[in-house]
Design a protein. Structure first.
Length: 242
């Protein structure tokens, strides 16, 4: 019983810190000091340490030398590299995903269910839970990539975790959560991907995915390096988009 209570306590602490990261209260690079967190949350040091270690594993916190921990930073350059890798995964396996969609109608049902959740979140406006939004975005894309037919690629795709990193990189750049207009654009783009899969049209799906990811990249062009990386992605667009 005590172990269950401890696990529940660690869950709650990790959730509290994670939420503060998503809302920008704990900005990228902020030092997370166990003693201060213990006082703030009114708990002992041990569950704080356990929660921080969990957040390190999840990619929210970075463990530095001399037992120092900070909210993890994500550079825009690294982020665009990850988006390029994700783009290549999705367009390369589009034909196979459409083939599987013919046989697995539950794929469309899953996509529609996630889209409905995203609509509800947008309608909440001021009370949007940004962590839940990122979870749903991630779930949406994994719904169809799960049917790519290559387990190693799918595992790699999950490890990229670009929906989380794009959000956190945006937060670091703007010091504010995603604007409602961006969430609405995301929803429209996700609907276009779902509609292409519903129509069993691989070319249409590729076009929708390219537009979605390139629009996301534009939000992170901050210098010459990121500009050149986005230019490379636009060259990919010219090859694949019709």
């Amino acid at each position: 019983m005590d172990k269950n209570i401890d696990r529940s306590l660690v869950d709650n602490i990790a959730s509290s810190i994670r939420n503060k990261i998503y809302t920008g209260k704990y900005p990228a690079g902020k030092k997370l000091i166990v003693r201060e967190l213990s006082e703030e949350l009114g708990v002992s040091h041990t569950p704080i340490k356990d929660a921080l270690n969990r957040l390190v594993a999840e990619g929210y916190v970075e463990d530095l030398p001399r037992r120092s921990m900070i909210v993890k930073r994500y550079t825009n350059s690294e982020l665009i590299d990850a988006l390029e890798a994700r783009l290549m995964c999705e367009i390369f396996y589009a034909d196979n995903i459409i083939k599987e969609a013919r046989e697995h109608t539950e794929m469309i049902a899953e996509l529609d269910a996630v889209l409905e959740e995203m609509r509800k979140q947008i309608s909440a406006r001021a009370s949007i839970q940004y962590e839940d939004w990122v979870i749903n975005e991630t779930k949406f894309h994994r719904c169809y990539m799960r049917y790519c037919g290559n387990e190693k690629v799918y595992q790699y795709y999950m490890e990229l975790d670009t929906n989380k990193t794009t959000y956190l990189a945006y937060l670091e750049s703007t010091h504010a959560p995603l604007k409602l207009s961006i969430l609405e654009a995301n929803l429209i783009e996700h609907q276009a991907i779902a509609d292409a899969i519903r129509a069993l049209d691989a070319r249409r799906m590729i076009n929708a995915v390219i537009r979605h990811i390139l629009r996301a990249c534009d939000d992170y062009v901050i210098d010459e390096e990121t500009q050149m990386k986005c230019l490379k992605l636009r060259n990919i667009k010219r090859v694949y988009e019709t």
